[in-house]
Unconditional design. Structure first.
Length: 305
């Protein structure tokens, strides 16, 4: 299948046709590779200007998407070339290496996460995380039978994607409306969710509803694990910037609301670190604030401006 153009990938990310931080980042890097391959620049300066423009367009597609920004940052970190040909080859090679690193990291997270699943467990999850579904599918391959309680996740119904993927993997799913999440959690042994961003204070940002459900889980003494690649860390927050919380179109909730009705459609929210038992990453499992220090040690280039 031919790679998608930059314009198409930008459109698909914005429309949520491509969703999930890993998928977004992977497709963005492929689009960047396509830009390099199709470039008709005659000088290194023209080429650099072209790829910088593409980088800016990709990074602007979603506000709450540090994984995308870090993946692109990894590509450009120490990229160099004595001439146009070498510069193109170097960037192309770095994209390939970054994609391979992302895939290796994902496999490690899945392996670690699967160890937390025991046979007979009921697992609660919210929205859609490819990392969470991969962890549960891996546990199933290892002979661990579990049942998953998941939420529909209005208004875009990402929970249905989760339910479909798990059902296809042979995992039993009970699909709940969002407002019944307390009932789903009461019967759960563990809560697994993904993450869209992690701040320098160790605060996890995930789909709206995540903190509410984490609070309910704490009430019932249910451990809450965030499953994510550590590149969801936003280095800008180290320098005082606030991670932007994306708000989506009100029409997703109600196309023609009556006069005097204002629609609030926050896509994400910040989860209190005190409600998170641990964050499962390729670096290991850590409490949110400790994880930040491990990320700084493991990937010092992330912090650099």
């Amino acid at each position: 299948m031919p790679p998608s153009s930059l314009k198409q990938v930008v459109k698909d990310i914005r429309s949520l046709k491509i969703q999930g931080a890993e998928s977004v980042s992977r497709e963005a890097l492929k689009a960047l590779k396509h830009v390099i391959h199709k470039s008709k620049a005659k000088t290194p300066e023209e080429f650099i200007s072209e790829v910088k423009k593409a980088r800016s367009q990709l990074e602007a597609t979603r506000p709450t998407e540090p994984y995308l920004r870090n993946a692109i940052k990894c590509v450009f970190h120490n990229a160099r070339g004595a001439n146009l040909r070498e510069l193109k080859e170097n960037l192309f090679s770095r994209i390939q290496k970054t994609l391979a690193l992302m895939e290796r990291s994902r496999k490690i997270v899945v392996e670690i996460g699967a160890k937390k699943i025991k046979s007979g467990m009921v697992v609660f999850t919210h929205c859609h995380s490819s990392t969470v579904t991969s962890i549960l599918a891996e546990a199933k391959k290892q002979g661990k039978r579990c049942e998953v309680h998941n939420t529909e996740t209005r208004p875009r119904m990402q929970g249905r994607k989760t339910a479909k993927e798990l059902a296809k993997a042979g995992i039993k799913v009970r699909h709940y409306v969002d407002s019944a999440a307390r009932l789903a959690l009461k019967k759960a042994d563990i809560m697994l969710i993904g993450a869209d961003a992690i701040t320098s204070e160790g605060r996890v940002i995930n789909k709206i509803g995540s903190e509410l459900f984490a609070e309910v889980a704490r009430r019932y003494d249910i451990p809450v694990y965030v499953c994510t690649n550590s590149w969801k860390f936003d280095p800008e927050t180290v320098f005082g910037f606030t991670e932007e919380i994306e708000e989506r179109s009100p029409s997703e909730v109600w196309k023609n609301p009556p006069k005097n009705v204002t629609i609030d459609n926050h896509a994400f929210e910040i989860i209190d670190p005190e409600t998170v038992t641990g964050v499962i990453t390729e670096l290991g499992i850590y409490e949110p604030r400790i994880l930040v220090e491990e990320i700084k040690r493991g990937y010092p280039w992330i912090i650099k401006k």
